[in-house]
Design a protein around this ligand. Structure first.
Ligand code: ADP
Length: 398
């Protein structure tokens, strides 16, 4: 195995996902996930050579989990000592305004990521644990952190500023950061390639629609706006998140409903969105219910598409005209022809049109699905955040 490889690590609060990637040819050589860290029974699944190996055991902490992963590499392959691992790339959700680009990990950088925990209490604590453990286990290679927020650090102040008292916003670092940046970056690059135009000459709207969902507006290849804000709660309707909502709903639930702030936080993040509207957060289940004639599921989908439509419309305003491309990505965007047809059908007045047959094609390749005479090229581009992290990591250590 002579190709340089990068080990990509995404450590959450109770999970660690990993992939061994060859960034130059884009192959994922091995991958896996450690789940339920700290619970009575945890699970590790390791994939290599077309096989999946699963172990269930109590996993005490992130260190225990990652050490176990190294044993699985030894037992089932590939041999890490021979894999030419040149760096470890870590996915970090929140880099605040401190990290506009990938950064080499030092003690000070770990400390800075720890200091950002108040801005990402669900994500950064797990990242810090993953960083500490991985640095111990792989002491001989550089570690690089790649942030979900970095791609959006090019947003102008008019996009990222909330109209709060200035001193309050400054004191608490309250602004819009945006998330899913690695995906928006990967997809916008590939969208430009797919239409054969230099990235710097493209205006784009990217729709990342998975269980979390976000839209970005990209002007001359750079992000100028995105739908997620201080946290990933803002913007689109998501599997379990409200997306945009009048903030006064919080005051109302608190004063009139007697809910605590933590209860409202949980309600907005975990019990709302599609799940709140029709009881299911998985898009496939929502579509199944619609086929059975379920009215709540129909309303849920309509609310979802209407919100998406509002973002696409407003981002055409932000871009000052029609973009070159509107690109769908992530679980729903890549796989769901019906949502794509519903949204694009509502944009017919702008001359944007799908080719209905191309829209139905299932493929893992980036592709154009609009009609030849559409005013905007509509694309499906499968995202690959791990590959993007591995590339940025390799680029950095070069
Ligand atoms: P995340 O990475 O944010 O967890 P994904 O990008 O994997 O999410 O997207 C998950 C969503 O994609 C789920 O709502 C799932 O129902 C939807 N999805 C996946 N495959 C399909 C499909 N073939 N048709 C419709 N929806 C799909």
């Amino acid at each position: 195995m002579s190709n340089q490889t990068v080990l990509v690590i995404n450590a959450g609060s109770s999970t660690v996902k990993y992939q061994l990637i060859s960034p130059t040819d884009g192959t994922a050589i091995a991958s896996g996930i450690v789940e339920k860290i700290g619970e009575d029974l945890g699970i590790i699944e390791h994939k290599f050579g077309g096989h999946a190996y699963t172990e269930t055991l109590k996993i005490d902490d992130h260190g225990h989990g990652l050490r176990k992963v190294l044993e699985l590499f030894e037992q089932y392959g590939p041999n890490l000592a021979e894999a030419n691992v040149v760096a470890v790339g870590h996915r970090i959700v929140q880099g605040g305004s401190v990290f506009p680009k990938p950064t080499l990990v030092t003690d000070e950088v770990v400390e800075q990521i720890r200091e950002l925990i108040p801005l990402a209490p669900l994500h950064n604590p797990g990242h810090v644990k993953g960083l500490e453990v991985a640095r111990e286990l792989f002491p001989d290679v550089p570690h690089v952190v790649v942030f979900d927020t970095s791609f959006f650090q090019t947003m102008p102040a008019e996009s990222y500023t909330y109209a709060l008292p200035k001193a309050v916003a400054e004191k608490f670092s309250i602004r819009r950061y945006g998330f899913h940046g690695t995906s928006h970056q990967f997809v916008s690059n590939l969208a430009a390639q797919t239409i054969g135009k230099p990235l710097e000459e493209t205006d784009q709207i990217v729709l990342h629609i998975g269980s979390g969902a976000s839209v970005s507006a990209i002007k001359n290849g750079k992000a100028v706006d995105t739908s997620m804000g201080l946290t990933p709660l803002e913007g689109l309707v998501m599997g379990t998140r409200t997306g945009d909502i009048d903030p006064a709903v919080v005051f109302h639930l608190y004063r009139e409903g007697g809910y605590s702030i933590d209860e409202i936080d949980t309600m907005f993040n975990k019990q709302s969105g599609l799940k709140g509207l029709c009881g299911h957060n998985d898009f496939r289940e929502v579509l199944g219910l619609i086929e059975e004639g379920n009215e709540d599921a129909k309303v849920a989908l309509d609310v979802f598409v209407h919100r998406l439509l509002k973002y696409v419309g407003s981002y055409m305003g932000v871009l000052g005209g029609l973009p070159d491309t509107i690109t769908f990505t992530a679980g729903v965007g890549e796989n769901n022809a019906m949502v794509r047809a519903d949204l694009i059908g509502r944009l017919a007045g702008f001359g944007i049109k799908l080719d209905p047959e191309l829209n139905e094609v299932r493929s893992k390749e980036p592709r154009i699905i609009s009609a030849p005479d559409s005013t905007v090229k509509v694309l499906v581009v499968p995202t690959n955040e791990e590959l993007e992290i591995s590339r940025q990591t390799l680029e950095f250590v070069k």
